[in-house]
Design a protein. Structure first.
Length: 142
């Protein structure tokens, strides 16, 4: 269990430290850690099954990790050495979950009769303010 958790930690660091496009060596390192995670996780799931415990059940996120591993293996096998690999973070929905939570909180504070227009107005107002602050701090023209 410790080895699986350590591999998860290393894999997470690799994924979040690198940018959106990975070099071949970064992809190989992530593939090695991901393979350790999947092998260890599968072993743990099999080991706890006779105990009627599902602490290591194969959940959709683990299944998705396997798809990332297959994509990385295919990339490393087929791609030229100067081609970059698209990070798995390009397909995450963490920001989507944050937006859903924000919208839900706003909708609970609005009157049911005007909820849709009020939530949209409040959300777009906040987005405009955040964008204006970002634009004033960045060196992006326009």
């Amino acid at each position: 269990m410790l080895q699986v958790c350590q591999s998860i930690s290393r894999f997470t660091q690799l994924v979040f430290v690198h940018g959106l496009l990975w070099r071949r060596s970064c992809c190989e390192a992530a593939l090695n850690e991901g393979t350790r995670i999947l092998n260890g996780y599968t072993w743990l799931a099999k080991a706890v099954m006779p105990l009627n415990a599902n602490g290591w059940a194969v959940v959709p996120k683990v299944h998705m990790l396997k798809h990332f591993m297959v994509d990385m293996q295919t990339f490393l096998r087929d791609a030229d050495s100067d081609v970059l690999f698209l990070s798995p973070l390009a397909f995450t929905n963490e920001m989507g979950e944050d937006i859903i939570g924000t919208i839900c909180r706003l909708s609970r504070r609005a009157d049911a009769r005007t909820m849709q227009s009020m939530v949209l107005t409040l959300y777009l107002t906040k987005a405009c303010i955040v964008h204006s602050r970002w634009k004033s701090r960045s060196s992006v023209p326009g």
